[in-house]
Design a protein around this ligand. Structure first.
Ligand SMILES: [Zn+2]
Length: 461
């Protein structure tokens, strides 16, 4: 009877895990009839492979009791413990563990192996399985069913005749990109195209980092910064622009335009109703992204700006940019991964390959062809007027905090361009200059994200 009562509390924890997108497993530790710790699975949220419900509960109980040995304690967990957790219980000298459902794939209390029955070890933890097993199983099944359904639904969304969809297999085994895909296709400007975005961290976080990539990158570019923001308890939203990453790719180059991409981003911010945004931009992420806040200034609080510009069409395009545009025209099949790797010798081959993943053939590369000529060149070019309006906004209206980071090796959007941009951003302090970093400065993103967090979010770190 008592066991069922405490297992019920563990099930409540499991439901909390499910609500956060974690596999629903919950645990409570009871000491002399009193609950002294409750926890749920959180490896994704905490970026911690050891953050199983049991480990977190054991840790909290030991803290609470001021003793690393959990004498007189019983741990209740909704699922049969794995080898790591069973081992942690033995290390804690836990006298007793009660679990719910059996775990045929990884269970270490009898299903796959039995850590508790090693005769050679002198401590033994009493164990009892199957308490409220049915409720735990139901929770787990519902969780996996809804995950499968969400994935299936998105992958079955019809593909427009004039677009391509990179096969999911191209994105298998990407290094350091563990996040679940999210899709949206009902923004008016998408007209049925499927847009992919990452959306991690609590929806009601005090800060949302909106990370915008440029050409020819995708949300993969932010993999070193995202964990820093999540660690601070913040939300991160990182879309792949149409034509890039896991988003659908129009077949025709001329499907892409400055105004269309800007509109997609504006509608995405509205649809997700993002608040307390800290805008994170680089390259086209900034050329487009810096024109967004003036549309809805109340949504934006902070700016992290890296190697980008406002293309107002008033200055001639730089020699460095013209050379890049010419290279893209001359070598339309240039190797994206090699381009990234050239400026970032620290990147592994698998990381470079991840930048090629969205583009299995020339058909998928319309955006790569379209973007370089889309940079507003003259005062009357599409986007130039919008960029001039944005310039006034940043100079005269912007009241949020700003942080600038510059990859000094960038021949196109390096220090001179960025220092000029800094002059037109109100109250933008001295930039963090990374002497080793190139254009794709996010490849040094951990340092930048940490510094930006400190500068932009007062009480963090
Ligand atoms: Zn475990």
């Amino acid at each position: 009877m008592n066991d069922e009562h405490f297992m019920q509390l563990a099930l409540v924890q499991a439901e909390l895990a499910a609500a956060q997108g974690e596999v629903p497993v919950g645990a409570v530790v009871v000491h002399q009839g009193q609950v002294v710790a409750q926890a749920h699975n959180a490896p994704i949220g905490l970026n911690d492979p050891t953050a199983h419900a049991e480990v977190l509960a054991l840790r909290a109980a030991a803290q609470h009791l001021g003793n690393y040995r959990l004498e007189d304690c019983t741990l209740y967990v909704t699922l049969e413990p794995c080898a790591m957790c069973a081992g942690a219980m033995l290390n804690a000298r836990l006298p007793r563990v009660v679990w719910g459902a059996t775990e045929p794939k990884t269970g270490a209390a009898g299903s796959v192996l039995n850590v508790f029955a090693q005769a050679a070890w002198n401590h033994h933890t009493q164990h009892l399985g199957g308490v409220l097993a049915h409720s735990s199983t139901a929770l787990l099944q519902a969780f996996f069913q809804s995950q499968r359904a969400a994935q299936k639904q998105a992958s079955s969304w019809p593909l427009r005749d004039d677009a391509l969809r990179t096969p999911e297999a191209c994105f298998a085994d990407l290094p350091d990109y563990p996040w679940q895909p999210n899709y949206i296709n009902d923004l008016p400007s998408l007209n049925g195209l499927r847009l992919h975005y990452l959306d991690e961290g609590p929806k009601d976080a005090e800060v949302t980092w909106l990370c915008l990539h440029g050409n020819p990158a995708w949300s993969y570019l932010y993999r070193k910064m995202i964990p820093v923001f999540l660690q601070a308890g913040h939300r991160v939203v990182a879309p792949d622009m149409p034509g890039f990453g896991k988003s659908d790719k129009p077949k025709k180059d001329n499907a892409h335009s400055f105004d269309w991409h800007r509109q997609v981003l504006l509608e995405l911010v509205e649809a997700l109703d993002l608040q307390d945004i800290h805008l994170v931009v680089q390259d086209w992420g900034g050329i487009l992204g810096l024109t967004l806040p003036m549309h809805a200034p109340e949504r934006y609080q902070g700016l992290l700006v890296m190697n980008t510009t406002l293309a107002t069409g008033e200055q001639p395009l730089s020699a460095g940019f013209l050379a890049w545009r010419q290279m893209c025209a001359d070598k339309p099949l240039f190797d994206v991964g090699r381009l990234l790797g050239r400026g970032n010798p620290q990147m592994s081959e698998a990381e470079c390959a991840a930048y090629n993943a969205p583009f299995p053939d020339a058909g998928h590369r319309a955006a790569l062809r379209a973007f370089p000529p889309m940079v507003p060149e003259f005062a009357h070019s599409e986007g130039a007027d919008m960029s001039r309006q944005a310039q006034s906004f940043w100079r005269d209206v912007w009241s949020g905090k700003s942080f600038m980071a510059i990859g000094a090796q960038d021949p196109v959007l390096g220090e001179p361009v960025m220092q000029a941009l800094r002059q037109s951003i109100r109250h933008c302090p001295q930039a963090l200059v990374l002497p080793e970093a190139g254009h794709f400065v996010q490849e040094h993103g951990e340092v930048i994200a940490t510094a930006a967090l400190k500068a932009l979010v007062a009480h963090s770190l």
